[in-house]
Design a protein around this ligand. Structure first.
Ligand SMILES: [Zn+2]
Length: 298
């Protein structure tokens, strides 16, 4: 048990460092390429890329950060959320992304143990984190993430098929086992999402989904199969509708504002991969509770 806690702590630290990098990714990837849809998203005059400039900098005064200001979570707290050079407030979202990524790293380890699957799942989770935060600011899911990830999903199916043994291929659960699984997920996911798109269009007479959402689902389906894609749409739509209705109750004008769907889809996938539904069934005492309940009324 002590070893498990120790490794979980190492995973947390590792995840926090990666999270710090993901925050930079979500800031730099869309910068200058797209127009932000959320007010207050910082825009720079100079072009930036993931590698240029190599050092992280304050978006306000563009002063490069010292090494100790790069320590995730701690540095933000030590500086009380302000830039050490110009005193401009530093967004709390950096801390959120770092904590989120750190927690996901721990979850991957606890769920799958110290295995290649856990590492691969964590990498996939990282992509979802970047997608979520870009979608929140820009209502865009960049192709530069979804295309390679879909390709990687197909490759996992192929490699798993050719390395298959009685105990499974190179990457076991929750990854696709064959190119067929991968293709099914790739087709089922976007196919179903297009029906949701059509339904929304019929009801609301306008587009409720972007093509980016469809591509996100393609990458989920190709990597984890049709069941995961199906669950992602179901759980994503459900949480999206729930949060949407809640916002509507608070703000009446929210009906005319667009809500990015990517974060909900990412949440749906995460719930499936960590088998939240099975945990729920276990808590409810298995589906038998429901059948007992139905028998009770007949
Ligand atoms: Zn500054």
């Amino acid at each position: 048990m002590a070893t498990v806690i120790l490794i979980a702590c190492i995973c947390f630290l590792f995840g926090a460092v990666i999270g710090s990098f993901l925050a930079v990714c979500s800031f730099r990837i869309p910068m200058g390429k797209y127009e932000p849809t959320r007010p207050g998203v910082k825009q720079l005059d100079k072009p930036v890329s993931l590698t240029k400039p190599a050092r992280s900098f304050c978006p306000e005064c563009e002063h490069p950060l010292e090494w100790w200001q790069l320590i995730p979570i701690v540095s933000w707290c030590a500086l009380r959320g302000r830039c050490a050079h110009c005193g401009a407030p530093v967004s709390f979202r950096y801390v959120i992304i770092e904590l989120l990524t750190a927690s996901l790293a721990v979850l991957c380890f606890l769920r799958l143990g110290p295995t290649p699957e856990a590492l691969a799942l964590f990498i996939f989770m990282c992509l979802l984190v970047v997608i979520t935060f870009i979608d929140l600011d820009y209502m865009i899911i960049p192709d530069v993430i979804t295309y390679p990830a879909t390709f990687a999903g197909l490759m996992i199916g192929l490699v798993n098929y050719f390395t298959r043994q009685p105990l499974g291929g190179l990457l076991g659960f929750p990854f696709v086992r064959s190119p067929f699984d991968s293709l099914m997920g790739l087709l089922m996911g976007p196919g179903m999402l297009l029906s949701v798109w059509w339904l929304y269009f019929k009801i609301r007479k306008r587009e409720g989904l972007g093509l980016g959402d469809v591509k996100l689902l393609a990458m989920v389906g190709a990597t984890f199969g049709a069941e995961c894609a199906w669950f992602t749409i179901f759980a994503g739509s459900l949480t999206g509708a729930f949060i949407g209705l809640a916002t509507l109750l608070i703000r009446r004008d929210a009906l005319s504002t667009y809500i990015p769907f990517g974060p909900y889809l990412a949440l749906g996938t995460t719930l499936f991969l960590f088998q939240a539904h099975e945990m729920l069934f276990a808590l409810l005492g298995q589906p038998s509770t429901i059948t007992w309940w139905i028998r009770g009324i007949s």
